[in-house]
Design a protein around this ligand. Sequence first.
Ligand code: SF4
Length: 374
Amino acid sequence: MELYIHIPFCVRKCRYCDFASFAESGTAMADYADRVAEEAERRAAEIGPQPAETVYVGGGTPSVLPPELTERLLRSVFRFFPPAEGAEFTVEANPGTLTRAWLDAVRKAGCSRLSMGLQAAQPSVLKTLGRIHSARQAADSVKLAREAGFRDLNLDLMFGIPGQTLADWRETLDFALSLEPTHLSCYGLIPEEGTPLKADLDAGRLALPDEETERRMYDEALRTLAEAGFIRYEISNFALPGHECRHNIGYWTRVPYLGLGLSAASLLRSPNGEERRETNPATLAAYARMQPRETETVDRREAQFETLMLGLRMTRGVSERDYAAAFGEPIGLRYGPRLESLRRGGLLEHAEGRWFLTRRGMDVMNAALVELMD
Ligand code: SF4
């Protein structure tokens, strides 16, 4: 099982963000840590205490929690769900919020991997996004993390931002590489409904780069990162060999996971193979009142489609053998003609017992997946 812990606090809301995150006081944070501790205990009573193969503390901005509170929260969860021997243990952080005391606290709890939101290297682009930090602060944060002993570092970058040029994006990639990360996530901006950025786009105050520029930005990432020795192992994720994020690979291969905290989702599998997805309440008040989680059964058909939908995100694709082991039937039984049709259309490839998207397939992934839906 994988473990996710959500920390929903940020210094200030970014202009593109629709994640469950808010600016809050220290008292609210302390209360929240207590609620997560209670949830861990309740969950252990329901599904049994067990070691976590991977741990991911995300947000929000986990690095805004005071160090002693961070330690207390992690200790209380690990009483029931401790990191397994050799577990990958990642914590997200944002530049401008990192302190040596916080870094030491998460190291002490066993964290070995830091994931930091850099997004862009230009002040104007960071301002459009409403980020609270500069590129300089990001570099300082990375230096601090190195001094605290972190070797495994992911940086999140974003392209397709209003006002961002291809030259800006190249500069961002070069700047990120100069910080010597082991992993890079490069996401295209998706303007989400209800965010200030989307309102600006709708009102014509901002404009997205055109499709061709965005495509060239992605190509630039592929080229630059390949030259720097990074392997693209998922549509948006690149790693030096051996530094792929095990936690995310777990999501894409449907390893069961337990999510603790506000809005956190879980995928749980009973010994008889039945699956259910559970989602925690999305507001602090509802979470604090322990309102019931939303629960839905994942039926076999849905699990099979998810196996394809998530597996095809990865460059290694979907293994026919793994699929057959999971479902007791060959992948062709449900999907044979549709997979073949996508292969003939140049969107999928089939080799050595695996199905994976071609470059064109990755570009139009959603269209390809629609073809696979029942
Ligand atoms: S730091 Fe991340 S979670 Fe927080 S507001 Fe910005 S994008 Fe959202």
